[in-house]
Design a protein around this ligand. Structure first.
Ligand code: PMT
Length: 223
C-alpha cells in the first residue's frame, strides 16, 4: 500500500559499525552487525525507493536493488553521507558510529614494550548532528541505543540532532539492539513517543518504520 509514497524517493541509509585503526593490525569498533540498516534498505528498495546504503564492514549481502557505498572509518562515513545528503529525501541513520578515534594511527605495528599502554582518543565528527544542521527538505530518522532513561535520552538526541523521528533501541532487553535478528524499539517524534514496537524481527521493525515515515512525508514529496 505504501508503494505510491516510496516510488522514486531517494532514501539514504547508514548501517553497521565504523572502524578506527590503531595500527596496521588493530582497531576499535562495536557490535553492530548492520542488520537493522540493511533491513530498512531492503524494504525501502522493495517499496520502490532508490536506496543508497552507506555501510561499515559487515558480513551481510547487499540487498537487491540497493546501491552500496562501503566505508571503514567514521570520517569515511561522514564524507560519504555529506556527498549523498543533498539528493536524499529520507535519511535513516542506523549505523553505530565510533564516537572517538585514536589520535594517531601508527604506521607500524605497535610493539609490546611497556606494562601499561595509554591510547589517546580524539572525538569524531557527529554525522547525524551535521545532517540535522544541513538538512533542507530531508526527513531525518536518527537512532539511539540506550540502556536506561530511554525517553529522556531519546528526546534529547532528537532535539539536539534536529531529527524528524528518533528510533530508540532498549538494549537492556533481551532480543533488542546490536547483533540480533530481532529488535525492540520506541519511536519518538518532536511531541514525544509515537509508537512502542514489541519484540519482532528487524525486517518487521523496518516495515513499520517505513510506514510511520510514509505517513509523515510532506505532501510536496509525495508526488
Ligand atoms: O547493526 P545491528 O546489529 O542490527 O544493530 C542495530 C543498532 C542497534 C546498531 C541500530 O538499531 C542503532 O540503534 N544504531 C545507532 C546506535 C548508536 O550508536 O546510537 P548512538 O546513541 O551512539 O547515536 C545516536 C545517533 O547518532 C545514531 O543515529 C548514530 O548513527 C548517530 N551518530 C552518533 C555518533 C556520531 N559520531 N555520528 C553519528 O551520526
Amino acid at each position: 500500500a505504501q508503494k505510491k509514497e516510496w516510488h522514486g524517493k531517494r532514501v539514504l541509509v547508514t548501517a553497521g559499525g565504523t572502524v578506527e585503526r590503531i595500527d596496521p593490525v588493530r582497531y576499535i569498533t562495536n557490535d553492530s552487525s548492520g542488520k537493522m540498516g540493511y533491513a530498512i534498505a531492503e524494504e525501502a528498495a522493495r517499496l520502490g525507493a532508490n536506496v543508497t546504503l552507506i555501510s561499515g564492514p559487515t558480513a551481510l549481502l547487499v540487498p537487491q536493488g540497493v546501491e552500496l557505498v562501503p566505508v571503514i572509518s567514521t570520517q569515511d562515513m561522514f564524507d560519504a553521507a555529506m556527498s549523498e545528503l543533498e539528493r536524499a529525501d529520507v535519511v535513516f541513520k542506523a549505523a553505530a558510529v565510533a564516537d572517538y578515534r585514536p589520535a594517531v594511527r601508527a604506521e607500524r605495528k605497535l610493539k609490546k614494550k611497556t606494562e601499561t599502554l595509554t591510547l589517546e582518543l580524539v572525538k569524531n565528527p557527529d554525522i547525524l548532528e551535521e545532517i540535522g544542521s544541513r538538512k533542507t527538505k530531508q526527513f531525518v530518522v536518527g537512532f539511539a541505543a540506550e540502556t536506561d532513561r530511554l525517553d529522556e535520552y531519546a528526546m534529547d538526541k532528537l532535539k539536539r540532532k534536529n531529527c524528524d523521528l528518533l528510533v530508540a533501541n532498549d538494549i537492556s532487553q533481551e532480543g533488542a539492539g546490536f547483533g540480533n535478528d530481532t529488535n525492540i524499539v520506541r519511536v519518538y517524534g518532536s511531541d514525544g513517543l509515537i509508537e512502542s514496537l514489541p519484540l519482532q524481527s528487524k525486517k518487521e521493525v523496518a516495515r513499520r518504520l517505513l510506514a510511520i515515515v510514509a505517513e509523515r512525508l510532506p505532501a510536496v514529496l509525495a508526488g
